[in-house]
Design a binder for this molecule. Sequence first.
Ligand code: 2PG
Ligand code: MG
Length: 426
Amino acid sequence: MPKIKDITCHKVLNSRSEWTIETRVELDDGAVGTQTVPDGASTGENEALHLEAQKAAAVVNDPLKDLLVSKNPFNQLEIDTLMIDMDGTPNKRVLGGNSILSVSLAVSNAAAKSLNLQLFEYLHVLYKNNSVFKPAYSKMGSINFPTPVFNILNGGKHADNDLSFQEFMVIPAKTTPYPKQLEMGVFVYNSLHKLLVSQGYESGVGDEGGFAPQGFTTKKALTTIKQAVEEVRVDGEKNNRLVLGKDLFLGMDVAAESFHVGDRYEIKEESLKLDHAQLSSYYGDLLQQYPIIYLEDPFYENDIEGWEHFYQNYKQKVMIVADDLVVTNAKYLKAAIKKNLASAVIIKPNQVGTVSETLDFIRLAKSADMSTIVSHRSGDTPEDTFISDLAVAVEADFIKSGSPARGERVAKYNRLLDIFDNFFGS
Ligand code: 2PG
Ligand code: MG
């Protein structure tokens, strides 16, 4: 069995010109895994704490290296548990969620390389608690491949415009093969670009590559996206159109925490100050007018009553997605399941800090029949495509990686193309 020989870490930049870290794990058989970590802007209160990059790098280079050198890289649970125990806090505030995560992911990368497996194959083995290391998927044909959720119009904390809601998304029908789904996202993105320019709007983008026009309301955003879909001519052919509500659907990450003030939700661009019952009706109105199938963080994480009532009334009409509420942590997910608050969950490894805890969370979500959406962060790097492999490994229902533009966003979509074409194609 190979052993961990060396661990090093240094500062690198992310897509928002903020510093993050990159960790390199080397095994004594020569296999190397490297890993950067992403950062969020709209974060849940219970996320693992990220240390400032220089401090995080120092933690990896010293205590974490000393802890893990000569350990077995295939025992991911042992590696993660050692780091969790050394930290000793519920939100990893001593060693930092970013330091711990970079090592946890880099170890899994190095282990996969050592076994000559694709990362998604190795993660699948870990996910299934399978001790036999053999490729699980290669040339297997059909699995539940993750459907991309494209965030093409940005607001909230991800843009400098006046939209309160954070993400406006298009979601291709699940029955469409991944390469076609990606093409659809590209057609709609380019169509929206053209439409905004023709209407005299700025075409600047937000953190996740979606357009960030000024002077929009929620309805204006949804209507404009609808029009952009209607104007698509696939491959320039007059009669080859996309139909909203059939080929593609709409979704929103409201990220309600960012406009929650006191006991109200302030939608400033419409001069509204709503309580949670009024906000539910606001959503109900939108659901009647647009083919919205996905609604993420419709209430802020401590407005449990808001979540409860909305779930009771709307669970049949829309997928109710929890992000800040559960922060990829099985402890918070258990509480949400008990209270019946959501029908789907976001999975962001950096919210919790290790591969093992992320996989536990996914197993729990699936056992409760929840849909799963593996997600990037708004501050991300093109070197990091871990979430693409993770989404395939656990057969997540969806993957969120922003718009089909900007290097750090398309890197994840391109990695999925690589996996699809080379391992799942005909
Ligand atoms: C979200 C994410 C990703 P951030 O809220 O779902 O889209 O944003 O990384 O800023 O938390
Ligand atoms: Mg979110």
